[in-house]
Design a protein around this ligand. Structure first.
Ligand code: AMP
Ligand code: ZN
Length: 133
């Protein structure tokens, strides 16, 4: 994809702090990290979001997340890891080339990623469950 910055980074046209690379993915350090070690898994083939990602790459992406995430967490001595993936502007996506965030977490690191729990109403439950009937 022309003019896609993550295509250029993933394929090595733009230099990046690369932690891991294989034939399908490059994992880089995020330039605006939420925490130390915040990384991005980028497929080398362009897909705007999860819905456009081919099945084989979707499956492989989680294996890369486990592999790199574990090295980050163990190596940095973190207490946990967030695996995060945004689809669409409303969901916080700002770069429209699929990517998975790996964010090493420490207890009381102050990184905000939560929500205020609501209540599951009968109406919502019915509406959503009906989508799968
Ligand atoms: P998202 O909001 O899920 O689309 O995440 C985009 C992420 O990409 C943000 O965390 C940015 O800090 C990061 N980012 C944007 N441009 C670059 C870049 N050139 N190199 C590394 N990370 C980047
Ligand atoms: Zn792209």
């Amino acid at each position: 994809m022309e003019n896609c910055i993550f295509c250029k980074i993933a394929n090595g046209e733009i230099p990046s702090a690369t932690l891991y690379e294989d034939e399908d993915f490059r994992v880089i350090l995020d330039l605006g990290p939420a925490a130390k070690g915040h990384s991005l898994i980028l497929p080398k083939r362009h897909a705007a979001n999860l819905y456009e990602l081919p099945d084989d790459l979707a499956a492989k992406a989680l294996i890369v997340a486990r592999k790199v995430g574990q090295t980050l967490q163990m190596g940095l001595g973190s207490d946990g890891l967030n695996v995060l993936q945004n689809n669409g502007e409303a969901a916080g996506q700002t770069v429209f080339h699929f990517h998975i965030h790996l964010i090493p977490r420490c207890t009381k690191d102050g990184v905000g990623m939560g929500w205020k729990p609501g209540t599951l109403t009968e109406e919502d439950k019915e509406e959503v469950m009906a989508l799968f009937r």
